[in-house]
Design a protein around this ligand. Structure first.
Ligand code: KIV
Ligand code: ZN
Length: 498
């Protein structure tokens, strides 16, 4: 019989730490429900002591989902552990994830401490967490750069203190797969009582080795993997859930399986990308737009003769359905509601009515409405509560003439107009916005992407704006990319103009 691998999803904790990816509690609940449907075993719902918002999200997610264990992160600090325990009070199965840095860098430079002191703090944290919950996971932060002999001492001690899971994070994404695999092997062979707990991988992708390291860990005895959807996470991200799961499915000889319903992978990926405004790179394994697109003639010919000539995964196995129903202007509310529920989005009647209105407007401009469009519309009402809104925008541009934009902004109910010229329509419109808003702002990043294909497609715009040394992120989608660009700019401004 195949061994079970526990899937621990940290999209809502490590993933959500990414600047610009923050979700509100309602959105987090939506993600948590999608993760439950996907079949994850553990949802890391937040770091409750870090903010009232995080605390509240753990409480609400605990109420909203039934099957997965809900996990709350802490430092090895009593107050953190108490707050985490409190946030888990509604969880059907709750886990506290506590830990401390164990590498030389952390012990010496972060804590100015000693190996013995850190060992004591680790044991004390686990014992304290055990007073509140049975299921306690301990992380040895920067385990990737921790000496294996000392790491084994810590792992042995925390298991003895009652840890049910011990997490071996490659926090900086430094390890080579062989090195990380050896580390897990060393622990499996040298820690007394190792079978009383599950060893967990938690690999970051700084050198592009997160998935390879995770698989090396699993091949050497780890039975929990900490992953995120689309591999999002701090810096270069975490191990991608979809990659690990599809590796297990494609390599059955490994004899390891997970509980994931792989057909939910693609819709979950799209939903999270859309809610977090985090584009998926087109060539991303498993979920990228081009992951199953064969463009070269030789490949297309081969796939048509026999799919397996060039494809190791059937796109349907990850939920990519070429025959998915596309919505059109003639589709009713019920069809829209059904499509949204397949995508994991449940709306109140009032919100559904609003989204349907927007849907009809979009369907007037665009022939076929696909899943990405629908998800975009479902998230659009965020703009309604903003202080600065775009009332109208008019641009004149072309070849051989200077671009001119006139704009009207509604700021807290009052209307302001301005006009400006620029080296293109976006430049002109942004200059006009600046005349009204009067702030020092620099655009650090400006990304325009089409959602699908076709000249009537929606354009998605991500913008990073720097103001007083801090970065703010804006997003919009519109069939008019000039309008989408200005809306994204205003979305970013709204983050610092309160
Ligand atoms: O990368 C890391 O070490 C972490 C821990 C807090 C688990 O995210
Ligand atoms: Zn991490």
């Amino acid at each position: 019989m195949a061994d079970k691998l526990f899937i621990f999803d940290t999209t809502l904790r490590d993933g959500e730490q990414v600047p610009g990816c923050q979700l509100n509690t309602i959105e987090k609940i939506q993600v948590a429900r999608a993760l439950e449907t996907l079949g994850v075993d553990v949802i890391e719902a937040g770091f409750p002591v870090s903010s009232p918002g995080d605390f509240n999200s753990v409480v609400e997610i605990s109420k909203a989902v039934t099957w997965p264990t809900i996990c709350a992160l802490t430092r090895a600090v009593e107050k953190d552990i108490e707050v985490a325990a409190d946030s888990l009070k509604y969880a059907k199965r709750g886990r506290i994830h506590t830990g401390i840095g164990t590498s030389y860098y952390h012990i010496k430079h972060k804590f100015n401490s000693t190996e013995e002191e850190i060992l004591e703090r680790a044991i004390a944290a686990v014992k304290y967490a055990k007073k509140f919950v049975e299921d306690v996971e301990f992380y040895c932060e920067d385990a990737g750069r921790t000496d294996n002999v000392y790491l084994a001492r810590v792992v042995e001690a925390v298991i003895k203190a009652g840890a049910t899971v011990v997490n071996i994070p490659d926090t900086t994404g430094y390890c080579l797969p062989s090195e990380y695999g050896e580390k897990i092997k060393f622990l499996m062979e040298n820690v007394k009582g190792v079978h009383n707990a599950v060893l967990s991988t938690h690999c970051h992708n700084d050198l592009g080795m997160a998935t390879a390291n995770t698989i090396a860990g699993v091949l050497n005895g780890a039975r929990q993997v900490e992953v995120t959807i689309n591999g999002i996470g701090e810096r270069a991200g975490n191990t991608a859930l979809e990659e690990v799961v599809m590796i297990l499915k494609s390599h059955q000889e490994m004899g390891i399986e997970s509980n994931i319903n792989t057909q939910k992978i693609f819709p979950t990926s799209r939903m999270i990308s859309s809610l977090m405004n985090m584009p998926v790179q087109p060539n991303k394994a498993i979920v990228g737009r081009n992951a199953f697109a064969h463009s070269s003639g030789i490949h297309q010919d081969g796939v048509l003769k026999n799919r397996e000539s060039y494809e190791i995964i059937d796109p349907k196995d990850v939920g990519i359905d070429d025959n998915a129903i596309v919505l059109t202007a003639r589709s009713g509310r019920a069809a829209l509601k059904h499509r949204l529920s397949i995508l994991g989005v449940e709306l109140s009647q009032e919100k559904l009515d609003m989204v349907y209105e927007e849907f009809l407007k979009l369907a007037d401009r665009k022939k076929d409405i696909n899943d990405d469009d629908v998800l975009m519309l479902a998230g659009k009402d965020r703009l309604d509560t903003q202080r600065i809104k775009l009332e109208y925008l008019q641009v004149t541009s072309g070849i051989g003439i200077k671009s001119v934009a006139s704009i009207c902004l509604n700021i807290a109910g009052e209307k302001f107009e301005a006009a400006a010229s620029g080296n293109g329509p976006v430049d002109a419109a942004i200059k006009a916005v600046k005349q009204i808003v009067h702030r020092q702002m620099v655009i650090e990043e400006f990304l325009i992407q089409a959602i699908n294909k076709g000249s009537d497609d929606m354009g998605k715009v991500h913008m990073q704006v720097q103001h007083e040394g801090l970065n703010y992120y804006g997003f919009s989608a519109n069939t008019d990319i000039i309008a989408a660009s200005i809306e994204a700019y205003i979305d970013a401004i709204n983050k610092f103009v309160k």
